[in-house]
Design a binder for this molecule. Structure first.
Ligand SMILES: Nc1ncnc2c1ncn2[C@@H]1O[C@H](COP(=O)(O)OP(=O)(O)O)[C@@H](O)[C@H]1O
Ligand SMILES: [Mg+2]
Length: 433
């Protein structure tokens, strides 16, 4: 008689994605005694050290569900927004596999900026005044009578490249023509938003949310621009630190009252199924806080600085969120430290960049507040080589921001690849304040 195969006690977790965010998620889950096996699709060379990587694109939802069924996955965790938009949560739920992330309909809060802005307006979540347009003529007409700068936003997902701060009517008109007539963003640019330009400190807040309960994580600040002084083109993110002193306890309370609670109420009223992370990009203006946008998943690189500070068992939180039992988690527990992340990128990023360059100096001793989370790397024989625009996230954890930055930069100086680019001023806003 065939004996049933003994089932190991720990959980089997599938992580979807393959950047620095997914590496830190895998690393954090690995520390949980409740996790037995980790699979990551597609993963990267850093993740491959702690999880089995399977080369499946995050938008291939059926193939991923097959993988999950075959491997008797207990919980799947979604990293990138493209997978949410492709309906990965709906697909997994069809197969009764537990998954952390909002379904496709709820993920419109990220995948459609028009939908998100209308949601904010409806539930009185403070945000910049805006107008939505579905024709270039009307949008250009409107731009004749606005005060500059204004911000033009492509409705759909644009990998962080669909937002334009424009200083004049000519620039506005050019941008609108490119987006709506030349269709540089395809269907993502069918509709656009024109909104008021806001001034202030930008901060990020992520919160776990199961549709009934919402629990915020520590606030962080990231640096989106490619060059020092927050200048130059926007990137996926060049660094971040956590917590940020710009979010005082009073501001944290305002975030809960004006953003997170109304968000939850909106979900309920709209009947949205949201079991994942809500990330609000905020501007702290002189007339109060405003939401710039929602993301429906962990931020990158914010997650690389937030998760190392988390004490509460990460698997417990993810599982409770995915199963609608987040309330049982209560308050999260955090290390009383600061973390800082410096992104090392390929020369030319966020434009064209070379790949396949050998990375040296990755064999340094990690732990004790020194961490490296891989973004774009692959292993060729015994060598680590570059494979993306953002290559590595170098994270230092210490008692204050200055010391955590020193720690991160000490590691950065020892890591070499041709043309390696990194910003030397991560955290400058807080250090200057
Ligand atoms: N109303 C605004 N006023 C000033 N800056 C803005 C405004 N909206 C967006 N930005 C800037 O543009 C960046 C990208 O906008 P965001 O709405 O977050 O879109 P995405 O992250 O999808 O590109 C923000 O991080 C912020 O720096
Ligand atoms: Mg953003």
């Amino acid at each position: 008689m065939n004996k049933p195969r003994p089932r190991s006690k720990g959980a089997r977790v599938l992580i979807i994605g393959g950047g620095g965010r997914e590496h830190v998620i895998a690393w954090k889950l690995k520390q949980s005694r409740k996790v037995d096996r980790l699979i990551c699709a597609p993963g990267n060379a850093g993740i491959a050290k702690i999880a089995r990587c399977v080369d499946i694109n995050p938008v291939k939802t059926r193939n991923l569900a097959d993988l999950a069924v075959k491997n008797r996955i207990d919980l799947a965790v979604v990293g990138p927004e493209v997978a949410l938009e492709a309906g990965i949560v709906d697909e997994f739920q069809k197969h009764r596999i537990k998954i952390f992330g909002p379904n496709k309909n709820a993920a419109r809060l990220e995948s459609s900026k028009v939908y998100a802005k209308e949601f904010m307006r409806k539930y009185h979540i403070p945000t910049a005044p805006f107008k939505k347009f579905s024709s270039s003529g009307a949008a250009i007409g409107f731009c004749k009578s606005v005060e500059y700068p204004v911000v033009i936003k492509v409705d759909g997902l644009a990998a962080g490249k669909g937002v334009f701060v424009v200083d004049s009517f000519d620039e506005a008109s050019d941008t609108i023509t490119k987006v709506m007539e030349t269709k540089t963003f395809g269907d993502a640019g069918k509709n656009i938003i024109v909104e008021s330009f806001l001034r202030g400190q930008e901060v990020s807040i992520m919160a776990f949310c199961d549709g009934k309960t919402i629990i915020p994580m520590l606030p962080s600040q990231d640096h989106k621009q490619a060059y020092e002084g927050d200048k130059g083109p926007n990137t996926g993110g060049m660094g971040a630190y956590c917590p940020t002193s710009f979010v005082t306890p009073e501001i944290m309370e305002q975030i809960e009252v004006y953003v997170l609670n109304p968000f939850l109420k909106g979900l309920e009223k709209e009947g949205l199924i949201f079991r994942g992370v809500i990330y609000a990009g905020l501007m702290l203006t002189s007339s109060g806080l405003k939401v710039l946008e929602f993301n429906c998943r962990f931020g990158d690189p914010e997650t690389q600085v937030v998760l190392p500070l988390l004490r509460t068992d990460f698997f417990d939180i993810l599982m409770a969120t995915a199963t609608g039992k987040l309330q049982s988690i209560g308050k999260l527990s955090w290390r009383e430290q600061t973390s800082a992340c410096v992104v090392m990128a390929s020369k030319g990023y966020p434009g064209k960049y070379p790949t396949g360059l050998t990375i040296r100096g990755l064999d340094i001793k990690l732990g004790n507040g020194n961490y490296i989370f891989h973004a774009g790397t692959v292993k060729k024989g015994n060598n680590w080589v570059t494979a993306g625009g953002r290559v590595l996230n170098v994270v230092g954890l210490e008692s204050d921001l200055k010391l955590s930055l020193d720690k991160a930069y000490r590691m950065v100086k020892n890591i070499k690849f041709d043309g390696a680019m990194y910003r030397k001023d991560i955290g400058f806003r807080s250090l200057q304040a």
